[in-house]
Design a protein around this ligand. Structure first.
Ligand SMILES: Nc1ncnc2c1ncn2[C@@H]1O[C@H](COP(=O)(O)OP(=O)(O)OP(=O)(O)O)[C@@H](O)[C@H]1O
Ligand SMILES: [Mg+2]
Length: 275
């Protein structure tokens, strides 16, 4: 328990939350990730960029133990998950919130039951579960939709429900796989604002895949203001120090570093990709 309290608060426990060490995985003879190494520090938001098919979703599935690497090691919360038994992975996954590439909600369950899904699995008493669902839906500004069903919601609203479901168990790590994929630019910005709120209010360590450079730079150059309930540019063209980048191409890490390093990079492929 003590260990969890420390890591949730984020300030005392400086051990990395995620460590990939020389990780490779091959599908159908094709190396999808090829000798990948990187670490994610507590409280860090790691934005993962790269062309389609570059292995971004595979990297996320490795992080929560849905896939196992062919070689290399993956530590999450200090535990080596690539060789863990299913039962232990399950325990570890309870500390991870996941927003899937498609919202992946159950159409036949109400918003309330979708968001409460994990709490029901954990047999949290109904009254407490309801209170926590309301709290999570308030966070994503969707408390009015609690009785609705996913097919009645817009794409942006479904993404919000999916975020509420991911944060309901107060995770120590959130994995967002393309949370703005398929959304229009304005709706995307509202979703990015929620990711930023989670980053700046709860300081939850996160991995975020996005196809939209705009999302990435909005996150890097804004902060959430709890007084106004909205995001605002960081003063003097500053960047958020907890936000870092990982760029993948054809299974290799082509960039691992800060926003400033990314925009200053002279690598020709990266310059082309970012332009
Ligand atoms: N379970 C699997 N079995 C076989 N091949 C797979 C599997 N999962 C992923 N792949 C392959 O691995 C490659 C990388 O897939 P991945 O889903 O990680 O790409 P991505 O970077 O997330 O792409 P996108 O930006 O389109 O979401 C693809 O060629 C994909 O077909
Ligand atoms: Mg993907």
């Amino acid at each position: 328990m003590a260990e969890e309290t420390l890591s949730r608060d984020g300030s005392h426990d400086q051990a990395p939350v995620v460590v990939f060490d020389h990780v490779s995985i091959t599908f159908d003879l094709k190396p999808v990730l090829d000798d990948i190494s990187f670490t994610v520090a507590p409280g860090e938001t790691r934005i993962i960029l790269g062309p389609a098919g570059g292995g971004k979703s595979v990297l996320m599935k490795l992080t929560n133990g849905l896939l196992r690497p062919d070689s290399g090691s993956i530590h999450v919360f200090g535990e080596e998950i690539s060789s863990m038994r299913e039962r232990d992975i399950f325990r570890l996954r309870a500390r991870i919130g996941m927003v899937f590439q498609e919202s992946a909600l159950f159409d036949s369950l109400s918003v309330e039951n979708n968001v409460a899904y994990r709490l029901h699995e954990e047999r949290v008493p109904e009254e407490e579960a309801h209170a926590r669902v309301v709290e999570a839906l308030k966070f994503v500004e969707l408390e009015k939709a609690i009785q609705k069903f996913p097919p009645e919601l817009s794409g942006g609203m479904r993404r919000r429900v999916s975020i509420a479901r991911a944060i309901i168990s107060r995770p120590d790590l959130i994995l967002y796989d393309s949370p703005t994929g398929g959304l229009d630019p304005i709706t995307s910005t509202t979703i990015i604002e929620l990711v930023m709120k989670q980053r700046d209010v709860s300081h939850t360590t996160s991995l975020l895949i996005t196809h939209r450079l705009q999302d990435a730079f909005t996150l890097a150059m804004h902060r959430f203001n709890p007084q106004t309930g909205a995001m605002e540019p960081l003063p003097n063209g500053g960047v958020d120090e907890s936000t870092k980048f990982l760029v993948l191409n054809e299974g290799k890490v082509v960039f691992d570093g800060t926003t400033r390093e990314l925009v200053r990079s002279t690598d020709p492929w990266l310059r082309e990709y970012l332009s």
